[in-house]
Design a protein around this ligand. Sequence first.
Ligand SMILES: [Zn+2]
Length: 95
Amino acid sequence: MSVASTFEVRIPVTSCWRCGHAIDSEDLYCRRCETGQGPRLAWYYRPVWIVLLAFTALGPFALPLVWRTPRLSPSAKWITSVVVLAIVSTALRFV
Ligand SMILES: [Zn+2]
């Protein structure tokens, strides 16, 4: 057994959610596009903030955030979009 193989640490490789570049699973930022990964995800891509922005300031303009966030599954993105549009269209009737 060589010294190099003794100290070799295999870090699992994953990919950036935004650009698809290969990154280590422990990386907090992508080395190509510098986008935050996992716990360093930008606050406006977190589902709680997206919902808050949609119902306070952005309305339907929050939908691009819904579709770009890596935190929601494709079905959750559809459900969130339909709910946001339904509530916004209901609210516009009272304006
Ligand atoms: Zn990237």
